[in-house]
Design a protein around this ligand. Structure first.
Ligand code: GLV
Length: 318
């Protein structure tokens, strides 16, 4: 009998075809998440499952999958899965690294440019037919050249963000729990700084760590107080890395100039005060959302699940 796999949410059709050719696939064709009860019910007889970051895969679900050998997440982050528990039960958890690095770094730069050059309010102004004449003082933002970019988390995405910074002639500093080797620092033209020094001296701070118990609220009230007045904060990693209430306070006090956010602490809920602020760019978690990248992510997730249900070690286990 073919192995059986649950897919919790719609994926691109060519990707599903590949799965269906090799497995008995139980697919939720809707682009909305299944309820926990539904997942528990449908995972019970499955060898593998393909999940999205909107699925919270907790102990109850893992326990319900009595035959389960793999949970394959269509994302690089896997904080939506109790992976410690899965590992205890010898269930592989896999992710989709690398393919989304460039798309996410591009989106980070889209946020940086949007926020420092007032792109969103300027677009709104133009659509409202308020552009009556060129004005010297209209929507003045800040230059990037010569400014300091502080990257927190120099993993794959952080490194791709650093590479792009040289095109803008910025000075790049970084903080990571593990300092990179000197060769890499030289190649990327980045300088290591302790976190407080990075916060105190950077004009733009961009966050790229995974969400773990150590990085939860890494940027909190104290960190906002350390930031340079007029700094910008960019977050395209995971919402809970920032205490969103402390962010609102820092913006209200004007101790930072603005923020560009793709992720939120209690997604999809957003602190209501952020919605009313013009110096904040808000995106609906679209860091990796290019057609090519999302298709590759789904394909890799399927390959990971197939490897395990056919008795191989998956390429991308965490
Ligand atoms: C998206 O947020 C991902 O982790 O892939």
């Amino acid at each position: 009998m073919k192995p059986s796999v649950l897919v919790t949410r719609r994926l691109p059709e060519p990707v599903l075809q590949k799965l269906k050719a090799k497995c008995q696939a139980d697919i939720n064709y809707e682009d909305t998440p299944l309820s926990k009860e539904e997942i528990i019910h449908r995972v019970a007889d499955k060898d593998g499952m393909v999940t999205l970051l909107t699925d919270k895969i907790d102990r109850d679900i893992i326990d319900a999958g009595t035959k389960l050998k793999v949970i394959s997440n269509v994302a690089v982050g896997y904080d939506n899965i109790d992976y410690h528990y899965a590992r205890q039960k010898n269930i592989y958890v896999t992710n989709t690294p690398e393919v989304l690095t460039e798309a996410t770094a591009d989106l980070t730069w889209a946020l940086i440019l949007s926020v420092v050059r007032n792109i969103v309010p300027a677009d709104r102004f133009t659509r409202q037919v308020k552009f009556k004449e060129w004005q010297l003082f209209l929507f003045l933002g800040s230059d990037l050249k010569g400014k300091r970019l502080g990257i927190i988390g120099l993993g794959r995405i952080g490194r791709a963000v650093a590479q792009r910074a040289s095109g803008f002639e910025m000075e790049v500093v970084y903080y990571d729990i593990q300092r990179a080797d000197r060769e890499l620092e030289k190649r990327l033209k980045v300088t290591y700084l302790p976190l407080d020094q990075l916060l105190k001296t950077s004009d733009i701070i961009t966050l790229h760590p995974p969400l773990t118990s150590q990085t939860h609220h890494l940027i909190d009230q104290k960190e906002f107080q350390l930031m340079k007045p007029g700094a910008y904060l960019i977050n395209a990693s995971r919402g809970p890395v920032v205490n969103e209430k402390a962010l609102v306070e820092a913006l209200k006090r004007k101790s930072i100039a603005g923020a560009g956010l793709d992720v939120y602490e209690n997604e999809p809920r957003i602190e209501p005060e952020l919605l009313a602020m013009d110096n904040v760019v808000l995106l609906p978690h679209i860091g990796s959302a290019s057609l090519e990248t999302r298709t590759k992510m789904a394909m890799i997730a399927i390959e990971n699940v197939l490897q395990v249900v056919y008795g191989e070690k998956p390429t991308n286990y965490v």
